[in-house]
Design a protein around this ligand. Structure first.
Ligand code: PSU
Ligand code: MN
Length: 309
């Protein structure tokens, strides 16, 4: 049996292919946040708003997902709507371990940070915006629940812009694993690693840079060194949209305890906790989530524009 070619497995939308061919700025976006991270119809509104932020900043957005057994880089509104509306369970949540399965079996799936990085690298996209990365879960010393996002950040050369890691995770251990994996973790205009809904985690960020130009310059040095692996930009949620860490702590503790009692396991853990926290905050955490992803999209576009200069 012949192996499929890469061209058969990846379809790059014309606008994205055109930008890549001319060296114009492009920003990749993940799709798990659409299918498993936010409720309908805010998920679709957010996906469109995030793409609009990137376009307004002078870059081409490329949301990535698997549709009918092909990696699609750049989705039109119909494809985004299909992902956003699909009933839970119909769209697979794809990480590195499952990407090839979805392609071989002709399935549809959304890509996590890990699988989006893989696809972006294959397509030649250097910058990627997400909300929060997966990480080391609380209690990982017994559950061993550590997101494949961390290993991917260590091996795949893409700049990932996030708002830090959610405090549903063990942020201390997450930073340790990132360091072990050789990931440059850079606070954008902050000395503290941000905690997704909150600007502060109480933990220092290993590195700090204050401009998109400085991030682009670091990236070019890594390339000149032939360095594999990613750079993680930690961009705190805008002040007006944040929920203070002290307030989130109670909601997070409750959600984590409930997930354990309900024996939620594996891939279901992150989506379950996110949905429960939206309920526990009366919907406020969703507004924060939307504000931070838009903010990350703006910064990612600014970095892509610098790289294209
Ligand atoms: N954080 C969010 N929303 C999300 C995710 C993280 O606020 O939807 C998704 C991302 O796609 C991330 C994934 O890559 O969850 C991590 O899942 P896991 O912990 O199962 O690796
Ligand atoms: Mn996990």
């Amino acid at each position: 049996m012949l192996a499929p070619t890469l061209a058969e497995l990846i379809e790059i939308a014309p606008a994205v292919a055109g930008a890549l061919a001319t060296g114009a700025p492009v920003v990749a976006l993940e799709s798990t946040i659409i299918s498993h991270g936010m409720p309908w119809p805010r998920n679709l509104e957010t996906a469109l708003a995030v793409e609009a932020e990137i376009a307004a900043a002078g870059a081409v957005p490329a949301t990535i997902a698997v549709i009918d057994g092909r990696i699609r880089v750049g989705l039109d509104e119909a494809a985004l709507t299909r992902l956003a509306r699909a009933p839970a369970g119909e769209t697979l949540k794809l990480s590195r371990a499952d990407l090839a399965h979805a392609l071989a079996a002709g399935r549809a799936g959304s890509t996590t940070v890990a699988a989006t990085m893989m696809a972006a690298r294959l397509a030649g996209i250097e910058v990627f915006a997400t909300g929060g990365i997966g990480g080391v879960h609380r209690g990982a010393e017994t559950s061993f629940d550590i997101s494949a996002d961390l290993a991917e950040l260590g091996r795949t050369a893409v700049i990932t812009v996030c708002a830090g890691a959610k405090a549903i995770l063990d942020i201390d251990k997450t930073l340790e694993v990132l360091e072990s994996a050789g990931v440059a973790v850079i606070g954008y205009r902050t000395d503290q690693f941000p905690a997704f809904w909150s600007r502060a985690s109480g933990l220092a960020c290993p590195l700090r840079l204050d401009s998109a130009a400085a991030i682009a310059a670091l990236w070019r040095v890594r390339q000149a060194l032939g360095q594999d692996g990613g750079v993680l930009i930690a961009n705190p949620v805008p002040e007006e949209a944040e929920i203070a860490a002290a307030e989130m702590a109670g909601h997070i503790a409750q959600a984590v305890a409930e997930a354990q009692a309900a024996q939620v396991r594996g891939k279901a853990v992150t989506p379950w906790l996110l949905a429960r926290i939206v309920e526990l905050t009366g919907g406020r955490s969703l507004e924060t989530n939307i504000a931070l992803i838009r903010n990350n999209a703006r910064l990612a576009a600014a970095i892509a524009v610098e790289l294209a200069r």
